[in-house]
Ligand binder design. Structure first.
Ligand SMILES: Nc1nc2c(ncn2[C@@H]2O[C@H](COP(=O)(O)O[C@H]3[C@@H](O)[C@H](n4cnc5c(=O)[nH]c(N)nc54)O[C@@H]3COP(=O)(O)O)[C@@H](O)[C@H]2O)c(=O)[nH]1
Length: 868
């Protein structure tokens, strides 16, 4: 394993690219182009200079040739016998000037502007200027150099030539002696010889023709002192006098070359530049790609480095250690972590086989294959093994290994890791336990209960009717929680679970399903006998007081039993059936048990249907309120009316509240129904201004703290005077939580409404209640009224309650008065109000209005009662 160092920065940014690639390349191109251009220009210039040199030579040659031509023409005349005779021996001007001798032909034929014949005394004897004889002196006309030239020409056979000036004109002048071939020249004294002179002007015409002949374009004469041209030949006399120069426009092959070369060169430069741009662009792309791949490589290197660091950190931080064994599974290597984790020295273990050090705590095939040597030299992982650490403690580890080979490729053992998973396994075991057990009691929870039930039922199939599911629900446990707090409730539940376990056998399962709900799976050969026996025991055992925080607590238990095969063997169904039986046990007055029967389910279904109908009834406004009058026995007038709810069911007809109020209470629907009845009754009472209206309140409504607000709101909404509203409560309201109930009653009383104790005598009839709360009225339950005949116990009770009411200054009302005798007796005993079918059944509001209108009072036969 090795680390790849961080890159030293291969990255090539744009600036670097420009500096390192583009600028040198551009400079190279500029230099190359400049060199080429300079070379071309220098070559062109060289060529031009060569051309100047060549043309100069040519111009000189042309001058020489012209000069020789003048000399040659001169000589032709000078050797002519006639010229000797007519211009030397004697001067015959007429002969000489005749055309064809030395006359006009000299100018017109040969083009010489001047011709002179000069005798030995240097006197011009004959002169022809531009073809016409003139009397001029040659030496005056050409003052400088002619004398010398005459002298030279006289002394030699060939004409002497030179460039001389006449006025502003430059002349090619040739001078030679007039000596015919008949005379031996050497015999003559030069000083005696007459000279013939021809002169040719270097005028424009002459030079133009000469230029044409010698390809010297624009050949012109330039006087002395003017700026010298690039191509010129100076005109210097024999005596060194500067006469000016001839100049011409030399050909410029160099510039021609430039004209030819520059466009393709420029094109080449453009192409090269374009190519360079392309190359640079490609290079930039390549550089960019290179840069990207460099970055990627760098990133990889970084990642690898981090990965290695991570691996090292993990390896050092984890409890893993590395081991190695030879082909016979003898341990031959441990990493340093081995000793740190196990507390054992590597030396004490090295040499042992895998099997001698580890043992498998599971029936793992992998482990068997490994230690038996049938591993096939293949990798393995997740082998759970045990070993003993330095303290002799059993530890669990997970082994992973892969085969290793020597340099020849032969199998040389295994190398792998061992991870100590003892804590993990223990934590997992704890988690599993927690997931399957109730934290408070340690009993199996619902999940484990289901598992066990499934298991029991699968066993039951081999031995039917042995499994019973028993559901338990504590009676009055809520009161423990409410009065002593949840801590006390928890302790009670823990004690209860101990009692439950003590009552069951080892192969039974006691589980806590939640709250105060417990369940038992009982396996018994003799069902339902055994489960009934167990339930009776449980009821007894649980009835015994619990001791929590020095307090003696009493709870009871209701139990439902479902026997497999008697009620199906589906675990869910079985549990549900036990629940239904439990419900029936509770309905039966608690502290008892019930065994599930099929009809219970039917009843439950019917109840559910009723519940559904009731919910619908509320929504569909199928409820209505009927009214029953309360008659004052002093005035014989109707003083109040009791509102009683009815359900006009579409198919069942008028349903009694006896049939649906309990259900409404169980489902909580009573809260909404109660409020609706209250509002309806208060509204209706407004149309009977002389009457109070009495409305029944359910204990369930009392548990709701909103009751006070509800009553206040209804009174506000309807506008009924609070003193005209009488709320009837039963003793059960006070039994559950007397102090809270008394608070609510006081609050209601503060609203100004009256409170009546309903069904007095049927419950605990604790006089303490009457003492602790100043009721306005006591309603004697109709069961006492129906039973009394003047002498019996009921009559005595009724009499005592009336007396009690009188002494507590409370109104007494007798319910269920069906006969005149009952009315007479109650009148006689001093009862204040009576209510019953004798006067009217509960009737609809409009019927009641008619009843009220027709009311004329009633008669009591006091004498007959007294006689009885
Ligand atoms: N929480 C609420 N409870 C209500 C409401 N409406 C009624 N109830 C309670 O339902 C129980 C049954 O009521 P009901 O069937 O209406 O019976 C009442 C009277 O019809 C009946 N009664 C009256 N006189 C006689 C009689 O001469 N003989 C006879 N056999 N029965 C008679 O008594 C019932 C009134 O009882 P009480 O309320 O105790 O004054 C009943 O417990 C109602 O309270 C409601 O809206 N909310």
């Amino acid at each position: 394993m090795h680390f790849i160092g961080k890159s030293s920065g291969v990255a090539f940014n744009g600036e670097k690219f420009t500096r390192r690639i583009i600028l040198p390349l551009a400079a190279l191109m500029i230099v190359a182009f400049t060199v080429v251009l300079a070379f071309v220009i220098v070559s062109a210039d060289g060529q031009n200079r060569l051309e100047v040199e060549a043309s100069t030579k040519l111009a000189k040659t042309a001058l020489t040739v012209k000069t020789r031509e003048v000399a040659r023409n001169l000589r032709d005349y000078a050797v002519w016998e006639d010229v000797y005779n007519n211009l030397h021996l004697a001067v015959d001007v007429e002969w000489a000037s005749t055309d064809g001798n030395v006359g006009a032909n000299i100018f017109e034929g040969l083009g010489y502007e001047m011709a002179f014949a000069i005798n030995s005394q240097k006197r011009t004897v004959y002169a022809v200027i531009e073809g016409k004889p003139k009397d001029v002196d040659a030496l005056s006309l050409i003052p400088q150099g002619l004398a010398t030239l005459l002298s030279q020409g006289a002394s030699r056979s060939e004409p002497a030539t030179g460039l001389l000036k006449s006025g502003e004109d430059v002349l090619i002048v040739a001078a030679t002696g007039i000596v015919p071939p008949s005379i031996n020249r050497s015999t003559l004294n030069p000083d005696d010889i007459s000279m013939l002179v021809f002169a040719k002007k270097l005028d424009e015409k002459f030079l133009a023709r000469m230029g044409e002949e010698y390809l010297l374009s624009n050949l012109v004469f330039m006087p002395a002192g003017t700026a010298e041209a690039s191509a010129s030949v100076p005109l210097v006399s024999e005596e060194g006098q500067d006469l000016g120069y001839i100049t011409w426009s030399p050909a410029e092959p160099g510039y021609e070359l430039l004209r030819l070369l520059l466009p393709p060169l420029a094109a080449a430069v453009v192409v090269l530049a374009a190519f360079a741009v392309l190359v640079v662009r490609n290079a930039r792309r390549s550089t960019h790609a290179l840069e990207e791949s460099a970055k990627t490589v760098e990133a990889f290197a970084q990642t690898l480095q981090e990965s290695e660091m991570r691996f090292r950190d993990v390896a050092e931080a984890s409890s893993d250690w590395i081991w190695e064994c030879d082909p016979d599974l003898h341990l031959v290597y441990f990493s340093a972590r081995f000793s740190e984790v196990t507390g054992l020295s590597a030396a004490s273990v090295l040499g042992k086989t895998l099997e001698q050090f580890f043992s498998s705590d599971t029936e793992s095939d992998g482990w068997q294959l490994l230690v038996e040597g049938t591993h096939g030299q293949s990798s393995f992982r997740d082998l759970r093994c045990c070993y003993r650490d330095a303290n002799g403690q059993s530890r669990i580890c997970r082994l992973a290994g892969r085969p290793i080979s020597n340099s020849h490729g032969t199998f040389s053992g295994f190398r792998g890791t061992a991870t100590d998973i003892t804590d993990e396994v223990q934590a997992q075991a704890r988690a599993t336990h927690l997931a399957l057990h109730d934290a408070l009691t340690g009993l199996p929870n619902r999940v484990l209960f289901r598992d066990r039930l499934n298991l029991a039922l699968s066993g039951k199939r081999r031995n039917p009717s042995r499994v019973a599911v028993i559901c338990l629900d504590l009676d009055h446990f809520k009161e423990v929680n409410d009065t002593l707090g949840h801590g006390a409730g928890d302790v009670l539940l823990q004690q209860l679970s101990d009692r439950l376990q003590a009552c069951t056998k080892s192969n039974d399962t006691v589980a806590r399903l939640g709250g105060d709900e417990f369940a038992i799976i009982q396996i018994g050969a003799n069902q339902p006998f055994e489960s009934e026996q167990l339930c009776r025991t449980l009821i007894e055992v649980i009835r015994a007081p619990f001791h929590v925080d020095d307090q003696e607590l009493h709870v009871g238990v209701s139990i439902g039993i479902a026997i497999a095969d008697m009620s199906g063997d589906d675990p869910e169904r079985l549990l549900k059936n036990a629940d239904i039986a439990l419900y029936r046990a509770k309905q039966a007055g608690r502290a008892t048990y019930r065994i599930f029967e099929a009809k219970m389910d039917q009843e439950l279904q019917a109840r559910k249907a009723l519940e559904y109908d009731l919910r619908q009834a509320v929504l569909k406004h199928e409820l209505e309120v009927h009214y029953q009058p309360l008659i004052d026995l002093d005035s014989k007038s109707i003083v109040a009316v009791e509102a009683l709810v009815r359900w006009r069911h579409p198919s069942r007809g008028l349903v009694s509240p006896m049939d649906f109020i309990p259900l409404a209470e169980e489902t909580g629907l009573i809260v909404g129904i109660g409020e609706w009845v209250l509002e309806k009754a208060c509204t209706q009472a407004l149309s009977w201004p002389q009457l109070r209206v009495a409305v029944n309140l359910s204990p369930i409504q009392f548990r709701n703290r909103d009751l006070i607000e509800t009553v206040r709101d209804v009174l506000t909404r309807t506008g009924l005077e609070p003193a005209r509203l009488e709320l009837e409560i039963t003793e059960s309201v006070l039994i559950n939580d007397a102090s809270s109930a008394l608070d609510i009653l006081n609050a209601l009383k503060d609203l100004g409404v009256r409170i009546a104790m309903d069904d007095f005598g049927t419950g605990y009839s604790s006089l303490g209640y009457l003492n602790s709360f100043p009721f306005d009225k006591i309603k004697i339950d109709r069961s006492f009224i129906g039973d009394m005949n003047g002498k019996d116990k009921s009559s005595a009770i009724v009499r005592s309650v009336i007396t009690l009411g009188q002494s507590l200054n409370m109104t007494t009302t007798a319910e269920g008065v069906e006969t005149a005798e009952q009315a007479t007796f109650l009148t006689q005993e001093g009862c204040n109000q009576i209510q019953g079918y004798y006067f009217s059944r509960p009737i609809a509001a409009d019927e009641f209005t008619i009843f009220l209108e027709n009311w004329t009072g009633f008669e009591t036969n006091l004498s007959s009662v007294a006689a009885a």
